[in-house]
Design a protein around this ligand. Structure first.
Ligand code: ADP
Length: 596
């Protein structure tokens, strides 16, 4: 019960009132008693044992029946003495203190008090004895012959006690009333203190649950008012800080969520702290219970948590590896908290699969180019050296010169093809002209008739239906068709047939070039458009091929927003289909419009 401020305050009030009332009560009662004594003594001295009365008493005492005379004299002065039911007088024997006469008839004897004893020895017994049951005054009266008398005035304390009792009951009533008032006042006053404190507590509790209800500022200027307003300001700051932190966290979460880099963090025990979606994807992590050493020891034999935490604390270690379908680059490094204590290890995982592929294909490309150039150069050099030695006959000389000629032509073609590809790679603008596709096909089929005839092949062109004019780069498109048709001628045996068709289907221009030649094995088809990819390298070279024809064709068709596909069956033939969009072609790629 005493836990609340309210009950403590009420108790404090009660204690204050009790102590005040008890102090005041004791003070009053003590002083009243003291007053009674001094009043009794002064009354007796000023009203009874006066300068006039004392000689009268002495005179009466000298008479023969002195005690009786004294009694008569005192009886006569009983009004002045104040004799009543409480106050009485007695005439005592001056020698033994026995009662000779008294106003209180029932009085049989008196107690031998200090005052009586003093009077017996001839002194006035007027000392005060607060602990006694009555107040007294003993006055010795000497006589010439005999022991003399003592005039003894005594008063019971009954009146004083009654007064004290009623005083006590008044104080008690006042105390009860004061207590009641103090309880009520204490309760009300403490309420004015505790209500704002309770409100503050309620707000603070809500704050701990993240609910910021700041309320209106307090108008009170007292300590609690100041506390309320300070608390309010603190709440505002806290709310702002919490919001700021939340915004920062959301930003961080979003950055982590959308980062293409994988981020994984581990604590100093190697337990996972956080992992973002990219890291989960690259590392194929589903549940979040991975441990640093368990996980990375399976990937890199020389990576351990201890190294980062103790040995290589401020170093960043970079590692690369193939992992599942990715080629990943890992940046390992330890991180510290603001108190400079090491917090664990953070791993940045970058998916470098594409750049790795590019790097590999670049290397492969350089190797291919070098190889493609070195082979004919070696041949040419060897033939020239042989020719220079002059050790060959005329017929062989001609053969050698013919080969040198062929190889140089092929090298020229190779360099020219590489230049074409390089331009296409660098996004060279197409020189677009609005024209009929059929015109190109007709041109090429006419131009290539000579080549076909050399192998007794039939090269035909059939227009199935008319295609609307399309925006095309004439030279480049012609190069595509020539590449494909010359391939068909090259890889089709004598007496074969090469057929070109054109048609207009669903807003697309379709060009098909089919032969009944040697075909391509199934396994090679998917790579056939790659640079330098050839089914039979030797045969291709022999035929003067560079291995770049189809790669160039694909680049050019793609630059026209079209598609090129190849289907083939070994020993049965090959068909290449080019699809060019008619509608969009000019709108999206057109530079200039010129009807063919
Ligand atoms: P190349 O200069 O070697 O002909 P291409 O890129 O034009 O290079 O062709 C790549 C390879 O595709 C050729 O080496 C050949 O093996 C194969 N190829 C292309 N066209 C045909 C075809 N019509 N019939 C059979 N094989 C073909």
């Amino acid at each position: 019960m005493l836990k609340s401020i309210q009950s403590k305050l009420v108790l404090l009030f009660i204690l204050v009132i009790l102590s005040v009332m008890l102090t005041v009560g004791t003070f009053i009662i003590t002083n009243v008693t003291r007053f009674y004594y001094s009043d009794f003594m002064s009354q007796i001295e000023t009203a009874v044992f006066t300068e006039e009365f004392i000689p009268q008493l002495s005179e009466a005492a000298e008479e023969e029946n002195g005690a009786q005379k004294l009694a008569e004299l005192l009886e006569a002065a009983s009004g002045r003495i104040g004799v009543d039911s409480y106050r009485n007088y007695a005439i005592l024997d001056g020698q033994d203190g026995s009662i000779l006469d008294a106003s209180d008839e029932l009085l049989g004897s008196v107690e031998m008090t200090d005052n009586i004893l003093a009077a017996l020895s001839g002194k006035i017994g007027n000392s005060i004895h607060p602990d006694g049951t009555y107040m007294e005054y003993a006055y010795p009266i000497q006589v010439q012959d005999g022991p003399g008398f003592i005039v003894y005035i005594f008063e019971t304390k009954e009146e004083l006690n009654n007064f004290s009792k009623s005083m006590f009951s008044i104080i008690l009533q006042a105390l009860l009333a004061a207590l009641l008032i103090s309880v009520i006042l204490g309760y009300l006053l403490s309420k004015t203190i505790t209500t704002p404190i309770k409100n503050l507590t309620a707000r603070a509790e809500k704050m701990t649950q993240g609910k910021f209800e700041l309320g209106d500022p307090s108008v009170s200027k007292d300590e609690i008012g100041v506390l309320t307003n300070t608390f309010r300001t603190m709440g505002q700051r806290l709310q702002e800080t919490v919001q700021e932190v939340a915004t920062q966290n959301t930003k961080l979460e979003k950055i982590m969520e959308y980062s293409t880099d994988g981020i994984v963090a581990f604590d100093t025990e190697g337990e996972l702290l956080l992992i973002n979606p990219s890291a989960k994807k690259y590392l194929s992590v589903e549940d979040e219970s991975i441990h640093f050493d368990e996980f990375f020891s399976g990937i890199f034999s020389d990576v351990s948590l201890g190294d980062f935490l103790y040995l290589n604390q401020d170093k960043q270690i970079i590692k690369e590896t193939d992992y599942n379908d990715y080629y990943l680059r890992f940046y390992f490094g330890s991180f510290k908290y603001s108190d400079d204590k090491i917090g664990g290890v953070i791993v940045d995982v970058q998916n470098v699969t594409e750049s790795r592929k590019l790097e590999l294909s670049r290397r492969e490309f350089v190797a291919n180019v070098s190889h493609e150039l070195r082979t004919p150069l070696t041949t040419v050099k060897a033939y020239i050296e042989t020719l220079e030695s002059g050790m060959v006959d005329r017929e062989t000389q001609e053969k050698f010169l013919d080969t040198i000629h062929r190889e140089t032509d092929r090298m020229t073609r190779l360099v020219s093809d590489l230049l074409t590809l390089s331009r296409l790679d660098n996004g060279v603008e197409l020189n677009l002209t609005r024209m009929r596709v059929e015109a190109i096909l007709k041109d090429v089929s006419e131009k290539m008739q000579f080549e076909a005839k050399k192998k007794h092949q039939i090269l035909s062109y059939t227009m199935i239906n008319e295609i609307p004019a399309i925006a095309l780069d004439y030279d480049r498109m012609q190069q595509v068709i020539i590449n494909i048709v010359s391939n068909a001628i090259k890889y089709t045996p004598n007496y074969g047939a090469i057929k070109i068709y054109s048609s207009y289907v669903s807003d697309n221009a379709i060009i098909r070039i089919a032969d009944n030649g040697m075909g391509i094995p199934q396994k090679d088809i998917k790579r056939i458009f790659e640079r330098f990819y050839r089914v039979d390298k030797a045969r291709s070279r022999e035929q003067g091929g560079t291995g770049l024809g189809l790669a160039i064709a694909k680049e050019i068709i793609n630059a026209h927003a079209g598609e090129i596909t190849l289907t083939s069956k070994l020993n049965e033939g090959t068909e290449i289909v080019i699809t060019l969009p008619v509608e969009k072609s000019f709108a999206s790629r057109g530079k200039q419009e010129m009807d063919s």
